[in-house]
Design a protein around this ligand. Structure first.
Ligand code: XIL
Length: 349
């Protein structure tokens, strides 16, 4: 298994290297990921923690220097933008969109319909199904409309399937039935016809029942003329489980279907304490997903879910785990950073 994986890694690396003459790009770059990604067709991004962006200058400088897309880690979620019914607060999200514009970055909007991080007032007991449909429609039209022309890609529907490929039991499925997904895409497209609209989930990196369900859904939506343009793979990996296999096969089948793909929330957590062997193995996880992205035509971006352990969501959510990002708590690069950079440099066309 291990040897098999290493062989696969080498094969893929050589394939990437083989597609670009080594001297095609003289060193015009400043050593950043952003510069390394130039000419690969893949944008490199990070989730942004708005408190850190406001308070921490080195963090802010690293976001601007290293990445060419940004995703709000929390501030575009429904609970953040509409804390009271009909009372919107776009301030933090607007700040990120402004920051991105100043730094020549594109924004991935995240996320419009989800079972989590909805406002406390949004409950099934407070509203009828018809009212919930009206609320969801208004939420999507208002939010996408507010940012019209300023969001490159939206994660429209987040985490709508279980790992076994059955529809996730959520307030939306219960109240509106499975058609809520198509409706969400139609409303988002109506509000901003130019934004790329994505499905997005975790544990859907390789070919498995969950990604099969997404494949079937995407095909069905396309056949119905629903405006879906992308398949998002969050990419939350963990060292203590095997890394996913068949990632390239999976991304390829969506590529052939004619939709974009994106890795949207990559991190590779580990049981603490971290050590040299673990952070080196972690780099393989980051590289594995990036290589799959670079080897297909329509994988448009690769986003890490936070770039520094200083602000990563992992320790707060996964007990005893951490060290999940490419930079340590002191914003010093870990081996994953070099792997990302080298992998991008090899793929430049
Ligand atoms: C996480 C954030 O990182 C945390 O700060 C927050 O407390 C919970 O949500 N999948 C997603 C992201 O789509 O929105 C989640 O972000 C991580 C899992």
């Amino acid at each position: 298994m291990r040897l098999g994986r290493i062989a696969a890694f080498l094969a893929v690396s050589l394939a990437v290297a083989g597609s670009a003459p080594a001297d095609a790009h003289p060193r015009s770059d400043d050593g950043s990921l952003r510069a390394a990604a130039r000419g690969t067709g893949v944008r490199i991004g990070t989730a942004v923690d708005m408190s850190a962006l406001a308070a921490d200058a080195p963090y802010r400088e690293a976001v601007a220097r290293e990445f060419d897309t940004v995703t709000p880690e929390n501030v575009m979620k429904w609970e953040a933008v509409e804390p009271q019914p009909g009372v919107y607060d776009w301030a933090a999200a607007d700040q990120l969109v402004d920051f991105a514009r100043k730094n020549g970055q594109l924004v991935r909007g995240h996320t419009l319909v989800w079972h989590s991080q909805n406002p406390a007032w949004l409950t099934e007991s407070a509203y009828t199904p018809a009212q919930l449909r009206t609320l969801l429609r208004k939420h999507i039209l208002d939010e996408v409309g507010h940012f019209k022309g300023r969001i490159w890609a939206w994660d429209v529907a987040n985490e709508v399937f279980n790992d076994d490929g059955t529809p996730r039991d959520t307030i939306w499925l219960r109240a509106l039935g499975p058609g809520y997904i198509a409706d969400a895409f139609r409303w988002a497209h109506q509000a901003d016809p130019k934004a790329l609209l994505f499905l997005n989930d975790y544990n859907n990196e390789g070919v498995n029942p969950k990604s099969d369900a997404y494949f079937a859904l995407t095909r069905q939506l396309l056949a119905q003329g629903v405006p879906v343009q992308g398949y998002g793979i969050q990419g939350h990996l963990a060292l203590q489980y095997d890394f996913p296999d068949s990632v390239l096969d999976n991304v390829r089948r969506f590529d052939k279907l004619g939709v974009r793909t994106a890795f949207t929330e990559v991190d590779v957590r580990m049981l603490l304490p971290a050590d040299t062997a673990k952070v080196r193995a972690q780099a393989e996880g980051f590289g594995l997903l990036l290589r799959a992205c670079l080897l297909v035509k329509h994988c448009v971006s690769y986003t890490v879910w936070g770039f520094t352990d200083k602000y990563s969501w992992v320790p707060g959510v996964f007990d005893g785990e951490g060290s999940a990002t490419p930079f340590d708590e002191n914003l010093r690069p870990k081996p994953a950073y070099a792997t990302l950079r080298d992998t991008l440099l090899l793929a430049r066309r």
